[in-house]
Design a binder for this molecule. Structure first.
Ligand code: AMP
Ligand code: MG
Length: 353
């Protein structure tokens, strides 16, 4: 792979310096790749209307060609040219949740290159709220294709350093705009059926969606492992995701039992000479005695768990643990998204006690 000179640009996330935004936008207009912060995770952006630019994203990430990309816009007006038409459902969603961490799947228009949608007749669109993302997209004057700015299969980046670790020398520019707020990727909802379907849980919860739309189905791939023979509605669902190098095992059930089991398993692996990590919550961190106990956040504040999850998984890699025991989390609200990412990180390796 040709090594690119990656420029790193620090931009104020609250009040982006417009000269820097203009400078980065020019890289996008020249069909280069720019990683930038959004309110969910860092994205790797390129001109969505140029096939070669979009190809650079797939190449840098090592992303399989059959996994379609989300197109990011900075104004609702831009939606019209990207889709075949909007429905009442789309209008309700857009007015309730845009700008924000929601991706809407709609029938695509003819201007979308095939490479974006992996040949599907639908397109995924999001209008992010982060001021750097918004002003960058606006300044570029383009719709911007942007998947998460990690190497394919790795946990999504929530600080610029994660992007640097994965993509230095593979992209043209990395904007450092501090840590992202939500910490998990956007919620994805498909509106092309009579009843909308949640394809990926995220910052906007199923409860919030149902409040606005009434009935919303949840795709089976959200909560269960899909077998190799089914074709998922969201192609990204079939890939191993968010995985650190170490094996992750989720322990779920009665709290006291979970703690006992993790401590027992820790002893066992320790005696085999393995380096063990435990992912706890603040409330239980002191009860474990593995080599490395990292708390993912406070149970009383699930948003903190969402914000810290990917960073914590990456930290275990830095510490060089061989195995990670993760205490299961409550699945209410944003917990559905946390559990979905954790399940994938663990490859659905779950011990029920
Ligand atoms: P990422 O941007 O890396 O967080 O991944 C984007 C997610 O959106 C993946 O799970 C894709 O499979 C999904 N996606 C993108 N476009 C479509 C589409 N047209 N239909 C269904 N899912 C999509
Ligand atoms: Mg991703």
């Amino acid at each position: 792979m040709r090594v690119l000179k990656t420029e790193i640009l620090r931009i104020n996330p609250v009040q982006p310096e417009m000269d820097k935004i203009e400078y980065a936008a020019k890289v996008l207009r020249d069909n280069g790749t720019v990683a930038f912060p959004t309110e969910t995770v860092y994205g790797l952006g390129a001109n969505a209307l140029n096939e070669q630019a979009v190809h650079k994203i797939f190449h840098a990430k090592g992303r399989p060609a059959d996994n379609p990309l989300i197109i990011h816009i900075s104004d609702l007006i831009e939606l019209d040219k990207l889709v075949a038409g909007t429905t009442e459902t789309v209008q309700k969603l857009a007015s309730a949740f845009w700008p924000g961490p929601l991706t809407i799947i709609m029938k695509k228009s003819d201007i979308i290159p095939k490479i974006i949608t992996a040949g599907l007749d639908t397109v995924a669109v999001r209008f992010p709220s982060h001021s750097v993302a918004r002003s960058l997209i606006k300044a570029s004057g383009l719709p911007i294709a942007a998947p998460s700015a990690n190497s394919s299969g790795k946990p999504s980046p929530t600080i610029a350093q994660h992007v640097i670790d994965d993509l230095l020398g593979k992209v043209d520019m990395i904007i450092d705009g501090g840590p992202t707020e939500v910490g998990l990727e956007s919620t994805v909802i498909d509106t092309t059926d009579e009843i909308p379907v949640l394809l990926r849980p995220g910052g906007i919860t199923i409860e919030q969606l149902r409040n606005v739309l009434g009935e919303v189905h949840v795709d089976t791939a959200v909560t269960r492992e899909i077998d190799k023979s089914t074709i998922p509605r969201s192609p990204g669902m079939k890939y191993t995701h968010y995985a650190p190098n170490a094996q992750v095992i989720i322990i779920e059930g009665n709290r006291q039992k979970v703690i006992e089991t993790i401590n027992q398993m820790t002893e066992e692996k320790r005696s085999q000479g393995m380096k063990v990590g435990v992912m706890s919550v603040d409330e239980t961190a002191s009860l474990y005695h593995a080599h490395h106990v990292l708390s993912v956040g406070s149970e009383g504040n699930p948003q903190s768990i969402a914000a810290n999850l990917f960073h914590t998984l990456r930290k275990f890699d830095e510490l060089g643990v061989d195995i990670i025991y993760a205490q299961s989390v409550n699945e209410q609200g944003i917990g559905m998204a946390i559990r979905n990412r954790l399940n994938k990180a663990a490859g659905y390796n779950i011990v029920r006690v």
